[in-house]
Ligand binder design. Structure first.
Ligand code: CXF
Ligand code: ZN
Length: 369
């Protein structure tokens, strides 16, 4: 079929919205008509080259919609099912999936490969075969994805909001609850209050943290952090230190989560300095792929028995946590509506990303008809 999609043809250039050919689903694949796509910072990482991926590529990895066509052999989905797309596939059979670590599914190795999970590409334009971000490519009203990437949800859940749990919401909430292991009464610091950070804040709040320190230089984002449960505010890590010392009576924080738009090595040492004995630093933000320089006090790490832990998808299990978080939303425990600063049509995608760069949105969202 013919559809439209935002394609990145060259690193450093803008998204180009154009007509593309989309193949029929092959074995194990489904076509989904999307309701919305979130504008996540990781797609911006493709554009800057911080994340390596073959191009051309159709961006977008936060989507939800309705299954419209089913390829041969699909067993978990049927036409008409409502689904959220997970940016990490979950096959359910590999060692990671079968031991409760679906966020580390073996198929995840393919999400930046430029190839679909079943091999090859399903999108074609201007004589090129075009890959998709995270084997999804949600910057298009229609996607053909493998069933390993689609999670069935209840029909009454608003699909536009649901797309956000495919990446940003679960990544943030899970970083606080799972990766950080936040417990009732804890002090949690969240460094960077964009689309992931505000969700780390609401995750910490749900887990019962009593003090949540938002660290963010952009005043609009700090204001948003307050709406999601932050109790204390600092515009830099340096300013956060005396604040955290004061509010914890010198014990320092239990958990600090790095959710900046880009992670850099120089953030590690001062963030490690914000947590106390047995404190955890969770590195959720994505760093440029060639970034490898980190300097920190190993003695601090050892003597205070601290931990530094990376986390992908908030260490959550897509097939368990996506429906679970949506239940929390329907029960009024998790905020999704408030995350969406502005919606855009597909043709406005570059405006959406400019607003992100300018600190004018927490989560921009493309809505389709
Ligand atoms: C990213 C993580 C690195 C690969 C692409 C997706 N996560 C979410 O934004
Ligand atoms: Zn994302």
């Amino acid at each position: 079929m013919k559809t439209r999609a935002a394609v990145l043809w060259e690193v450093g250039k803008e998204w180009s919205v154009e007509e593309v050919d989309l193949d029929e689903p092959l074995a194990g694949e489904v076509r989904v008509k999307l309701a919305s796509s979130g504008l996540c910072h990781s797609d911006e990482h493709l554009l800057t080259g911080d994340l390596p991926s073959p191009i051309p590529i159709v961006g977008g990895h936060e989507g939800a919609g309705i299954v419209e066509a089913v390829g041969p052999g699909v067993s978990s989905l049927k036409e008409g099912d409502h689904v959220v797309l997970g940016f990490i596939p979950s096959c359910g059979r590999c060692e990671a999936c079968s031991t409760g670590h679906q966020n580390l599914c073996d198929l995840g190795a393919l999400i930046l490969s430029g190839e679909e999970l079943a091999g090859g590409q399903r999108i074609h334009a201007k004589g090129h075969d075009i890959g998709t971000m995270c084997c999804l490519g949600t910057f298009s009203p229609y996607v053909v994805v493998h069933e390993s990437s689609a999670i069935k949800i209840e029909d009454y859940i608003p699909l536009d909001k649901a797309s956000l749990v495919g990446c940003g919401v679960t990544t943030g909430v899970g970083s606080a609850i799972y990766a950080g292991g936040t417990r009732s009464g804890d002090t949690v610091v969240v460094v960077g209050c964009g689309g992931i950070g505000v969700n780390a804040i609401q995750g910490a709040s749900i887990a019962g943290a009593s003090q949540i320190v938002a660290v963010e230089p952009v005043p609009f984002k700090l204001e948003q952090a307050k709406n999601f449960g932050a109790t204390h505010f600092a515009s830099s890590i340096e300013d956060a230190l005396p604040l955290v010392q004061e509010i914890t009576w010198g014990k320092l924080a239990n958990v600090a989560i790095i959710t900046t738009g880009v992670a850099t090595g120089d953030l590690l040492a001062p963030t490690l300095g914000l947590v106390g004995k047995m404190g955890k630093v969770v590195v959720t933000a994505i760093s440029p792929w060639l970034q490898s320089d980190v300097q920190l006090s190993l003695l601090d790490l050892t003597l205070y028995q601290k931990e530094i832990r990376g986390s992908i998808f908030g260490s959550a299990n897509p097939r368990y946590d996506i429906p679970r978080l949506l239940k929390w939303y329907m029960d009024g425990r998790l905020k999704l509506d408030e995350l969406i600063t502005r919606t855009y049509v597909l043709d406005e995608i570059n405006q959406g990303y400019q607003d992100m760069r300018d600190g004018r949105n927490i989560r921009g969202m493309i809505t389709f008809d």
